[in-house]
Design a protein around this ligand. Structure first.
Ligand code: UDP
Length: 374
């Protein structure tokens, strides 16, 4: 059977590896890091035993039944609903923006209908087609909510004016006219009992898969394989010939202590005079476990340098033009498929990555079967 090379042992690469291995392909999978699961990596903290989301909080949610069934083959998903709080202007608020947030901020007791008409009055009706993050916010939630929850946080997170950012970033967040404070609107939600790295290790646990950690893979090695699936940064594959695609990276300031520090997994800090964007208290991601000690990550966002870990694709106009040139090159690259967040330079949640990986593997297998038939 043909030999397949896979670059990156995150969800993209690992799911494709497993799908192909189950269909009889021999798979070599490479990752430069000493662990699997990419930025979803989880690890037990040596001092406290708390499960750490090493590259920041990951809460699994999806409405895709196929993906939900798939991940649950590899670990038990424990019930978990992401409920985020916000510190802003000296108070604590409920997120995402819901009836509680609106009533708290404006000191009201609005019903859903009253809140809806109130926000419609606050909204800037002159903006018909919002072209930026700022316009999107002013159009749908009005200036007061925008300036309290979004302007400062977004300037810290993206290092840019919200008027220069695409509206699509804000569209990720719902606005609710009821008291539902579930951060996600997905049908299924949970956190794996043993963590994401455990899941990926189990996905890769197959006789046809050989895992090579702490090992880089160069473009020249592609010739050793019938096909390569590449989930690393697309610009790196082409030696950055068209310039670098812009990313934000995160720095985590780690705090340790006893007991319960903030009483919630994630609290956002929306004021600009607080340097961090949010604080995650990791033991609250495993509410089924008991821990005396606690570990917190204060998250600081900055522009990603050459030696840093890329997190969020910035996708400004110049990035998109550059990306188009790389995509043109990628199409003509023989026997290489570019997948995942870094391979396609898109912000992707875990469930989307997994869904796309299942489809990529399926497309590959179908095309091969078709080739054999003719
Ligand atoms: N955002 C904000 N204030 C908040 C939460 C989010 O301004 O309290 C904005 C910010 O620009 C962020 C975007 O909404 O990048 C999407 O938020 P989300 O919580 O999805 O970000 P993630 O968890 O993916 O970092």
């Amino acid at each position: 059977m043909e030999k397949i090379g896979i670059v990156g042992a995150g969800f993209s690469g690992s799911v494709i590896a497993r799908e192909l291995a189950e269909r009889g392909y021999q798979v070599d999978i490479f990752d430069t890091r000493p662990h699997v699961a990419g930025n979803c990596h989880t690890d037990r903290d040596a001092k406290s035993g708390v499960m750490l989301h090493v590259y920041g909080p990951h809460i699994f949610h999806t409405s895709n039944e196929r993906v939900w069934d798939y991940v649950r083959r590899f670990d038990r998903f424990m019930p978990f609903i992401n409920r985020v709080k916000a510190h802003a202007r000296g108070k604590v608020f409920s997120l995402p923006i819901n009836l509680m947030t609106i009533n708290q901020l404006f000191g009201k007791q609005f019903s859903p209908e009253q809140a809806r008409s109130f926000l419609a009055e606050q909204a800037d009706q002159r903006i018909v087609e919002p072209r930026s993050f700022e316009e999107q916010a002013l159009r749908f939630v009005g200036r007061e909510i925008y300036e309290t929850f979004f302007r400062g946080y977004t300037r810290k997170q993206w290092g840019m004016e919200p008027s220069d950012l695409p509206a699509s970033i804000l569209k990720r967040l719902p606005v609710r006219f009821n008291y539902d404070d579930n951060y996600y609107a997905s049908k299924f939600q949970g956190i794996p009992e043993h963590g994401y790295s455990y899941i990926v290790e189990r996905i890769l646990d197959h006789a046809n898969i050989e895992l090579h950690l702490s090992t880089s893979f160069t473009r020249a090695q592609a010739k050793d394989y019938a096909h390569v699936f590449y989930s690393g940064p697309i610009d790196a594959w082409f030696g950055f010939s068209e310039g670098r695609l812009g990313y934000r990276t995160l720095d985590f300031e780690v705090l340790r202590g006893d007991g319960d520090y903030q009483g919630n997994p994630v609290i956002n800090y929306c004021d600009e005079n607080v340097p961090w964007t949010r604080v995650a208290e990791h033991k609250h991601f495993t509410p089924w476990e008991e821990h005396e000690k606690t570990v917190l990550y204060r998250e600081h966002s900055r522009l990603c340098g050459e030696a840093d870990t890329p997190y969020y694709p910035i996708r400004l106009v110049n990035d998109k033009a550059r990306l188009e040139r790389y995509v043109t090159m990628a199409i003509t690259e023989p026997h290489v498929t570019f997948v995942g967040r870094l391979g396609t330079y898109r912000y992707l949640d875990m469930h989307i990555t997994i869904g796309e990986a299942l489809e990529a593997a399926e497309r590959f297998v179908n095309a091969r079967e078709l080739d054999e038939a003719v």
